[in-house]
Design a protein around this ligand. Structure first.
Ligand SMILES: *Cc1c(COP(=O)(O)O)cnc(C)c1O
Length: 233
């Protein structure tokens, strides 16, 4: 067996195990949590290996890299755009993307809707919320998320499926837990507004450093790169 495949399999097994344990703590199982393999900077060969292991949800944070890789990999995977998205780049991704996690302003939602309408499809999106309030982070404020959800619900060619956040990079479990709990509570509050045509089913939260806490706090979609593929170069 080749060394790299063993390495990937080992990491994947370890992650699945940890996902399952964290899910059980919140009364769920690993089946309730979707793992997105974050493939930014990861070469095609290793992406193919992880697909062969059954992981077909892949996350990229850059439009260019996503476009190149998804072209080479071809059909059969679900691609998630998880990084900041410039409005003028929507046209390059709208045809094949499965889900856009980083919608944080009306202008962007409107552009995705417009482009999706042109090709007669509906694009699933998440609203990215900046819970921690760090200036360096993209995402809409929790207060403004209501209005964005409401406005987005009026667009016929996008479908809001839930919320996404990126926690601060810290080992302080309490800080992390607080961020994840706030996103979960926000999704409950938005759900209560009963806007047409949107759902709050997905909570995309948790990365290599913090996915267990995120799952304990209700995440059902984790975006994992480093813990799976190793340190990015
Ligand atoms: C890079 C990235 C991840 C994965 O981060 P790791 O720490 O490598 O697991 C998750 N979400 C977003 C938005 C990212 O840009």
């Amino acid at each position: 067996m080749n060394k790299e495949l063993d390495y990937l399999r080992g990491n994947l097994e370890n992650i699945m195990d940890r996902i399952d344990k964290a899910a059980q703590k919140s009364g769920r199982s690993h089946k309730d949590i979707k793992l997105i393999a974050v493939t930014k900077t990861v070469d095609i060969d290793r992406i193919r290996k992880i697909i062969e292991e059954g992981i077909i949800d892949l996350g990229e944070n850059r439009v260019q890299e996503y476009a190149e890789k998804s072209d080479i990999i071809g059909e059969g995977c679900n691609w998630h755009l998880i990084g900041h998205l410039q409005t003028n780049k929507v046209k390059y991704i709208v045809d094949k993307i499965s889900m856009i996690h980083s919608v944080d302003r009306l202008e962007l939602a409107s552009e995705i809707n417009k482009r999706a309408l042109k090709i007669d499809r509906t694009v699933d999106i998440l609203i990215q919320v900046n819970i921690s309030g760090e200036e360096s982070k993209f995402g809409i404020s929790p207060e403004s998320a209501f209005d964005l959800a409401k406005q987005a619900s009026l667009f016929n060619n996008i479908k809001v499926k839930g919320l996404m956040t990126i926690a601060p990079f810290t080992d302080n479990i309490k800080t992390l837990r607080d961020v994840f709990r706030k996103l979960r509570n926000l999704s409950i509050d938005i759900e209560k507004e009963n806007y047409d045509n949107i759902s709050m089913d997905i909570l995309s939260m948790g990365m290599s450093n913090d996915f267990e806490v995120a799952i304990e706090e209700g995440s059902n979609m984790v975006r994992i790169g480093t813990a799976l593929f190793g340190k990015r170069c």
